[in-house]
Design a protein around this ligand. Structure first.
Ligand code: AMP
Ligand code: MG
Length: 491
């Protein structure tokens, strides 16, 4: 009887299209191996959807890949070059602590980037150590997966490994590596890099790559680069509207943290708003409130204008005409954002059709919420489930009057009360990653090595529109604290 060695297929099916861009766009470099990798969170469901063998991934060899200690056969690891406006100031950046292993082609033929974050120094590290601390990597895992479950385009998290090494920040912290999955890591900053230091042919190569990868079906009969600009504007308008609708504050909307694909990226200082206040800022370094909740739509437009500038040489050979085309496209963004937002807000209030006064109805609610420090998420839940006594304003003349207007408005649409209630359930999440819950999960994981709290949280956050009874305790507000919640960039 012949012996057959059993080989577990890993499922890695990598291509490296990024390496076919001009050389200036990346630096080929392997991850730096770590001392003793240990897999601590693994996204089974995501792995399977990518065609990866979840058993093989969790084996010693599988984990070695997530740690950067082994490279899958077809991988050509690289760090991407990019620039970016950080808080308005232009700088050269690049993957200083991230390495792209390659692009996984999933069983449906969809191509996604597989990137290790915290995998060692690269030519773009500047003064940094190329490493990441466990807390921020777990935070990215929790919030990115919650965003996905909320139906918001986002990079995903496949795995977190601890490295067995210490990273030095203000204190010594356990090191970790996150495996990030994304439609691509093309950023507005990637185009800024090409426009600043590359040739027109470099910009064209990048634009063609972006078109092929993200907008293969776009109508490019007239001006393909204008189509690219318009498509990116459309995706960002839709994305930022979705953020606003759930009270998500990104916190660091630098142009290097804005993707061309329209996915949310970079979960450093982000957080969800509790009490509705348009001026909310969580990031410890955003002293001016540049990236405050109410400023996000405007910053989106500002970043898109920087994107448009990089495409000018491709838009038209006549510079003035190119500027006109770009300006026209950009001027459509505000309206596009607004109509996405309005559609989403109507759904949150159970409205299927459109009336001119809808916006004032919505503003009326938001202004009450702001004046009375009402919780953003829970107010919409109270309206969804007719639990108005849960709202701080219950019984006040202002609320009663608003409520009557809303009920009359609902009565003017053909859909039944139960139809609008269904729409509201699908549009208003029962749970968001509340800051105190995220902190509690991170505390248990990082300081006590107890991952149960985090797994329970991940479970609850994975179906925000199911409105199950086990979600109730996760919908509760923190015991009030005098200190405002602060987030950090997590470098
Ligand atoms: P971020 O704030 O994560 O968007 O990072 C901004 C820039 O700093 C990017 O170019 C990162 O790759 C780089 N960076 C952040 N942390 C580190 C680190 N520990 N070592 C090297 N580069 C880093
Ligand atoms: Mg970033």
């Amino acid at each position: 009887m012949s012996k057959r060695k059993e080989v577990i297929e890993t499922g890695w099916n990598l291509d490296n299209s990024y390496t076919r861009l001009p050389n200036s766009f990346f630096a080929q470099i392997n991850p730096t191996p770590v001392r003793s990798p240990k897999l601590i969170v693994f996204n089974n469901r995501l792995a399977r959807s990518l065609g990866l063998n979840d058993m093989a991934m969790q084996s010693e060899d599988g984990v070695a890949v997530f740690a950067g200690n082994q490279i899958p056969e077809e991988a050509l690891p690289l760090a991407q070059a990019y620039a970016g406006h950080q808080f308005g100031h232009f700088t050269m950046l690049g993957d200083g602590r991230a390495i792209l292993l390659g692009e996984q082609i999933d069983p449906q033929g969809v191509r996604v980037d597989i990137q290790l974050k915290g995998s060692g120094r690269t030519p773009y590290s500047r003064g940094g150590d190329g490493r990441a601390a466990l807390g921020p990597m777990l935070r990215e895992y929790i919030i990115s997966e919650a965003m996905h479950a909320l139906g918001i385009p986002t990079t995903r998290s496949l795995a977190v490994v601890t490295t067995g090494e210490t990273v030095i920040r203000e204190t010594n912290l356990p090191g970790a590596i996150l495996t990030r999955v994304s439609a691509s890591h093309l950023r507005v900053g990637t185009f800024q890099y090409a426009a600043k230091w590359g040739t027109v042919e470099d910009i064209r190569a990048l634009a063609d790559y972006a078109l092929q990868r993200h907008f293969p079906n776009v109508d490019d009969s007239a001006n393909r680069y204008l189509s690219l600009l318009n498509e990116v504007i459309k995706r960002q308008a839709a994305l930022i509207a979705k953020w606003q609708l759930v009270g998500f504050i990104h916190g660091v909307m630098n142009t290097d943290n804005m993707t061309v694909s329209g996915e949310t990226i970079d979960y450093g200082p982000c957080a969800f708003m509790d009490a509705y206040d348009p001026a909310t800022v969580f990031s410890s370094i955003d002293a001016q409130g540049r990236y405050a909740y109410s400023n996000q739509p405007y910053i989106g437009g500002w970043n898109l204008a920087r994107f448009a500038e990089t495409l000018l040489p491709l838009l038209h050979e006549d510079q003035e005409e190119a500027v006109n085309l770009a300006q026209n496209a950009i001027s459509g963004y505000t309206e596009l954002f607004h109509s996405n937002w309005l559609t989403g807000m109507r759904a949150k209030l159970g409205l299927y059709n459109e009336e001119e006064q809808d916006e004032s109805l919505i503003e009326g609610l938001l202004s009450m919420m702001q004046k009375s420090d009402m919780d953003y998420t829970n107010t919409f839940i109270a309206l969804t489930f007719d639990r108005h006594e849960d709202t701080a304003l219950f019984g006040t003349p202002e609320f009663t009057q608003w409520y009557e207007l809303w009920q009359m408005r609902l009565g003017r649409q053909p859909e039944s009360k139960s139809d609008s209630s269904q729409l509201m359930r699908n549009s208003n999440p029962a749970v968001i990653p509340r800051n105190h819950r995220v902190e509690e999960a991170l505390e248990a994981a990082v300081n006590q090595g107890d991952y149960n709290v985090m797994h329970k949280l991940l479970d609850v956050l994975s179906s925000p529109y199911s409105h199950s009874s086990e979600q109730t305790e996760y919908a509760q507000l923190p015991v009030s604290s005098t200190k405002p919640y602060r987030t950090f960039c997590g470098t």
